[in-house]
Design a protein around this ligand. Structure first.
Ligand SMILES: Nc1ncnc2c1ncn2[C@@H]1O[C@H](COP(=O)(O)OP(=O)(O)OP(=O)(O)O)[C@@H](O)[C@H]1O
Ligand SMILES: [Mg+2]
Length: 258
């Protein structure tokens, strides 16, 4: 089982979109996939829920507080199993995180699922808080979506600092690896986007000792449209450039982490 945190504390860069579409790709390739939504915005949950499904059942809150077990919380979807989130995670976080063992809870829970899943994808919130630390402590890899924009560099430097802090403690996660950094919402017709390729390549080498992934997810209305239809983009429009890109990203990811 490989646990991958999809993380960038910058908002709106395509984390949840990537989590949903990677789940769809991996499960269509016969992999057993679990999505973990630890974002109070619950976008991955909303994407995966059946129209008629219950949203008021046990969520990641009950799981992390120990009030419910994994089997009570996990739900199934057409793109794999998932642990749902809901808005109350934000208001309950201070109490949850008041427990010093909080950041280790998710790792303990996932350790019991090793035989069940091939891949676990954690959709992180756009923040550096106890939830993201819990995700990074529980993960083998971090996958970093970023836009190819001038201010994206600030975000990437901040990510490097966060990862270093988690790796720096032998009790947290010294073995945490960067699976890759890749461009989302990419507009190849913008000069700045093309220039950022080189800048980001240098930064990835210096900060993470890695390369920028070859796959770039293009900015296209197919993505928001597919999400409104609650479908992975490949099931919404198979010939979409974004569908081909998410397939290529999956290839690259699997090549990197096995
Ligand atoms: N390749 C794309 N082309 C067009 N729109 C996209 C693309 N990827 C994501 N989007 C849109 O951009 C918005 C942000 O995407 P998403 O919710 O995946 O980002 P996020 O990083 O999870 O955001 P947050 O930080 O708020 O959790 C969404 O409205 C989504 O539909
Ligand atoms: Mg999100």
């Amino acid at each position: 089982m490989k646990v991958i945190a999809i993380f960038n504390q910058k908002g709106g860069v395509g984390k949840s979109t990537t989590a949903g579409n990677l789940m769809a790709e991996l499960s269509s390739r016969g992999k057993a996939v679990l999505g973990v939504d630890i974002d109070p915005q619950s976008h991955l949950t909303k994407f995966l829920l059946h129209e008629e499904a219950e949203t008021d059942g046990a969520t990641i809150c009950e799981l992390l507080s120990g009030k419910a077990g994994f089997m009570d919380v996990a739900q199934s979807s057409k793109y794999g199993d998932f642990v749902p989130s809901d808005r109350s995670l934000a208001t309950r976080l201070p109490t949850l995180a008041g427990n010093p063992a909080f950041v280790f809870r998710l790792r303990e829970i996932l350790a019991e699922q090793t035989d069940i899943y091939d891949y676990v994808l954690i959709d992180c919130p756009p923040a550096v808080n106890a939830l993201t630390v819990a995700a990074l402590v529980a993960s083998d890899y971090v996958l970093i979506p970023t836009e190819a924009e001038y201010f994206s560099m600030d975000g990437v430097c901040e990510i490097a600092r966060t990862i270093e802090q988690v790796r720096g403690s032998k009790f947290m996660n010294p073995l945490l690896k960067v699976a890759g950094i890749f461009f989302t919402r990419y507009r190849s017709n913008l000069t700045i986007a093309r220039d950022m390729g080189e800048v980001m390549e240098q930064a990835a080498k210096e900060l993470f000792g890695s390369r920028v992934m070859t796959t770039r997810i293009p900015l296209t209305c197919d993505i928001p449209e597919s999400q409104a239809a609650r479908k992975a983009v490949k099931d919404y429009r198979a010939a979409s450039k974004a569908a081909l890109a998410y397939s290529a990203l999956t290839d690259e990811l699997m090549e990197e982490i096995g």
